[in-house]
Design a protein around this ligand. Structure first.
Ligand code: SAT
Ligand code: MN
Length: 590
């Protein structure tokens, strides 16, 4: 009886600190109603029905895409806004040269002005959520307050949201506070502010992705990276994938690539027919929380419960799992539609767009039919390769960490760091061509250490030192690799087929971890010799493999110079160990 009575308690009575905060926000923002999210399916259905009625969502063809809806965002609100994203620490040094910084008091004052009265005529939604399995000691909770029902629907898919999360918060006390309003969607009045010292987030003026789904980049990376440093773990922009070899051994690998560089595709990789006996299991596609375990290994959980993936390019060849997964119960944002109301995007093998992502009759003169950063939101359990170990409270043990970027030249297909310390330098030196996931010019090469440039909630110098410290605590650290699926030849053609064939590279890494595969030492680390990589059945162009596995000393001397110049920005906070490792590489380049 006691439990039954307990579950009937209104959510607003479960946690006093949460209720007090909701009341303060209500006074500031003046909503016409407050709705606490239970996290039930009935609630999601009800909310969807309301949005269909108001026209904010549209049903897609129920015969081919049952349970799927389309949302069109404001055309000026289609990606993360890094230039409007701030880390607000008391000392600017703590935010570091890698972040935009604002004084916390000034930032709060600015945001208070924006939030004042901003929810008049709107409903305020309270979303308690848990990042990570509800029973995991590694999981952390938050509460997002938002006036966007679209954000609520996304959060219900992307996190463990609702009553069980609030019950955990009531037990534990602490939670990350995320306040969000779409405001007027005015790019001139848009800010994404983080207060790591207060474990809070304030986001105004955008309804899109990482700007608005505060559990994702804002909490699980920027705030969590700060929490992780003080608690001795790592919050990383990494997919987690389980690879079962034909020998029947399963190893877990975590890989950091910048946004829109294929993390989701790699996490759901389908082994090519020429590699029989391999199986792939997805634990996560975007974020990993990594903890040193008592056994001296590194253990990982995926804090998310769904995927917010890039739609264009998804097809049966590139990612059959995702292609199947998004055919039901999926929320599409900014895709095109066909004449019979099916979602359509660039890269689909058939169909043609009738309306573009803005709902205009499709005209190629207006650019792509689907926005290049159009997204699907879908429960992780819809993924045919979903790993039930994604629910394990202690996580999965990591055998290898992989960094990567999108680079036409310089970086070879794969190399292995000499050891953890060198691996931290390899991660810190990642560079990549920018993509449509953030507002700004696409295709410019920039440094993106550990793929965390937009997401690290504190000074990169301190972050690299923290990486070194975590490594020092691991008796059995994972090996560290760097990959580049995006090398091109002089004509601009990709040298490597990518997608499912990337398993060949992962297989080499796992064989290295098991002490069974060969490599040759180079100045930048260990590379497979052509014979160490299984290229059976791959029709690589003549000379392509050699080009993919070559370290060009002249290009690398320039690269080392650029890395040194980049690292120098971090001044006294830069760990000396990284310069020592860079010195070793430079010396060996001759
Ligand atoms: O917009 S999100 O940050 O959620 C997606 C991404 O950039 O990876
Ligand atoms: Mn991402």
């Amino acid at each position: 009886m006691a439990t039954a009575a307990h579950t009937l308690l209104p959510l607003s009575q479960l946690s006093r600190p949460v209720t007090q905060w909701v009341n303060q926000v209500r006074e500031l923002t003046q909503p016409r109603a407050v709705r606490w999210c239970e996290g039930t399916e009935a609630e999601a259905r009800e909310l969807t029905a309301e949005l269909l009625k108001s026209g904010e969502l549209k049903n897609l063809n129920p015969e081919f895409f049952p349970g799927c809806q389309l949302y069109r965002s404001a055309p000026s609100d289609v990606a993360r806004v890094e230039h409007l994203t701030y880390i607000c620490t008391r000392s600017q040094e703590d935010a570091g040269p890698n972040n935009h910084w604002m004084d916390p008091q000034a930032a709060h004052a600015k945001m208070r002005d924006l939030f004042r009265g901003c929810m008049r005529e709107r409903t305020l939604y309270v979303i308690p959520y848990c990042m990570g399995p509800l029973d995991s000691p590694l999981a952390r909770c938050g509460v997002e307050i938002t006036d966007s029902p679209y954000v609520v629907l996304n959060m219900l898919i992307m996190t463990r949201a609702g009553r069980p999360a609030l019950e955990r918060i009531a037990r534990e006390g602490g939670f990350v506070r995320g306040l969000h309003s779409t405001g007027e969607l005015d790019p001139e009045r848009r800010f994404i502010m983080h207060f790591p010292e207060e474990l809070s987030i304030e986001s105004f003026g955008s309804g899109y992705g990482g700007n608005a789904l505060l559990g994702k980049k804002c909490h699980a990376l920027r705030i969590a990276s700060w929490q992780a440093r003080s608690e001795g773990w790592l919050a990383e922009h990494m997919l987690i994938v389980g690879l079962e070899s034909p020998r029947g051994e399963t190893h877990y690998v975590a890989c950091a690539f910048p946004s829109a560089c294929g993390k989701t595709n790699l996490a759901m990789l389908i082994p090519p027919e020429s590699l029989p006996g391999w199986r792939v299991y997805t634990v996560g596609d975007d974020i990993a929380w990594l903890h040193p375990g008592e056994d001296g290994r590194l253990w990982a959980i995926n804090p998310e419960a769904g995927y917010f993936g890039v739609v264009p390019g998804t097809n049966p060849q590139t990612n059959r799992n995702a292609y199947e997964m998004i055919r039901r119960d999926t929320l599409f944002t900014n895709v095109a539609v066909t004449a019979d109301n099916q979602p359509w995007w660039e890269g689909l093998p058939s169909g043609k767009p009738a309306l573009d992502w803005q709902g205009r009759p499709y005209d190629p003169a207006n650019g792509p039919a689907a926005h290049p950063n159009s997204r699907f939101t879908v429960s992780a359990r819809r993924n045919p390769s979903w790993s039930p170990h994604a629910e394990d409270a202690r996580g999965v043990p990591i055998s290898a960490l992989v960094f990567g970027g999108r680079r036409r030249e310089v970086a070879p297909l794969v190399y292995e760091a000499r050891d953890w310390r060198h691996g931290v330098l390899v991660g810190a030196s990642v560079a990549s061509e920018t993509t449509a996931a953030a507002v700004g010019q696409v295709g410019v090469t920039r440094r993106d250490p550990m793929a965390m440039q937009p997401f690290c909630g504190y000074n990169f110098g301190d972050y690299w030192q923290h990486w070194l410290n975590v490594g020092a605590r691991l008796a059995r650290p994972p090996r560290i690799y760097h990959v580049n699926w995006f090398r091109r030849d002089a004509q601009g053609k990709f040298l490597w087929p990518g997608y499912g064939e990337n398993l060949r590279v992962l297989a080499w890494m796992l064989e290295r971890c098991a002490g069974r595969a060969g490599a040759s030492a180079s100045a930048i680390g260990n590379l497979p010799r052509p014979k160490d990589l299984n290229t059976h059945g791959l029709n690589l162009a003549p000379g392509a493999l050699e080009a993919l596995l070559t370290v060009d000393p002249a290009l690398w001397r320039r690269e080392v110079g650029e890395i040194r110049e980049y690292l120098a920005k971090f001044g006294a906070r830069l760990p000396a160990a990284l310069l020592e490792e860079l010195g070793k590489t430079e010396q060996q380049l001759g």
